[in-house]
Write a protein that binds this ligand. Structure first.
Ligand SMILES: [Zn+2]
Length: 299
């Protein structure tokens, strides 16, 4: 075994030099990694879609409050040319705080969770039905969600029946992060409900999304977390291009600011969408960027 301090001052000097060398190399490597990590944040501007955007997946949840004030959020939207947004928060008072300073730009959705941990039990908790009913009296919510549903059997609880009734009575769009299988089960039970499919199913392929949109006229899909699937390299993937053009009235875009890291790159998240939107026919891009969401969520 090597014990450096047994070899006198020369050896100590050498060890110090080695340590300093390692520190310098780490600093330089960190700087290089930082620069490389920043590169994708600058998306080529030429050809990007430049019109107004309706962000249909915004959250202003508790962990964002100490870092970004409602005014900061509005400034971020301005910088990204996001004219309107569907916002839902954990807890719902975050949405109320945003709405207080920009009622004309924001459409509130009701999330039935007061804390992040409630996302695994909201569909079977009577307390959260009570909370939801109380919150629905406080703001002009137009959507229910975004909520996560993992299994079709989760639709069968007595609490879900009450949520469906609330959505039907108050004409709330169900904003659901779930699979095609759960959406199918939902429309079998409640074909009259309107559903905004969060992330277009997250990992469902274009052919499944196409089949779902063909089959269910009350289904729309938003494309947060999907820009990287849509843009394969320098152009829109052909299956996506065909899907987006064929169902040009059924898609919208979103950022999904569920954690502060996503707030810190908000403009980049919107620019990612602008990149692929810029490669579609202009009329189609206008619909997906803004008009479809406005139709689904009128002022
Ligand atoms: Zn979300």
């Amino acid at each position: 075994m090597f014990f450096p301090f047994h070899h006198g001052p020369v050896r100590v000097g050498l060890v110090l030099a080695t340590v300093l060398n390692t520190v310098m190399r780490t600093v330089i490597l960190t700087m290089v990694l930082f620069v490389v990590a920043s590169l994708p944040l600058a998306i080529a501007k030429d050809g990007n879609y430049k019109g107004p955007v309706f962000d249909t997946h915004l959250h202003y949840s508790k962990q964002a409050w100490p870092v970004y004030s409602p005014k900061d959020v509005l400034e971020k939207m301005d910088r990204a040319n996001v004219k309107s947004a569907l916002v839902s928060s954990t807890p719902d008072s975050g949405t109320a705080d945003l709405l207080a300073i920009a009622p004309q730009r924001l459409v509130p959705g009701l999330r039935p969770y007061r804390t992040p941990s409630e996302k695994v039990r909201w569909y079977k908790s009577q307390n959260l039905v009570t909370y939801s009913k109380a919150r629905l009296k406080t703001l002009r919510h137009r959507a229910f969600g975004e909520v996560i549903l993992w299994f079709a059997r989760d639709l069968e609880t007595p609490q879900m029946s009450q949520y469906f009734d609330l959505a039907a009575e108050q004409k709330l769009v169900m904003h659901l992060h779930t699979s095609s299988r759960v959406i199918e089960a939902l429309f079998k039970k409640r074909p009259g409900l309107k559903v905004l499919w969060a992330h277009a199913g997250f990992d469902e392929p274009p052919e499944v999304i196409a089949r779902m949109l063909d089959q269910y006229p009350n289904l729309s899909a938003e494309l947060s977390y999907r820009a990287e699937h849509i843009m394969g390299g320098d152009d829109v993937e052909p299956e996506w291009k065909e899907l987006l053009i064929r169902h040009a009235n059924r898609f919208s875009v979103g950022s999904d600011t569920w954690e502060n890291d996503r707030w810190s790159i908000y403009k980049y998240l919107i620019d990612q969408h602008r990149e692929w939107l810029g490669k579609l026919p202009h009329k189609v891009a206008q619909k997906i960027a803004y008009e479809n969401a406005r139709t689904l969520l009128p002022e």
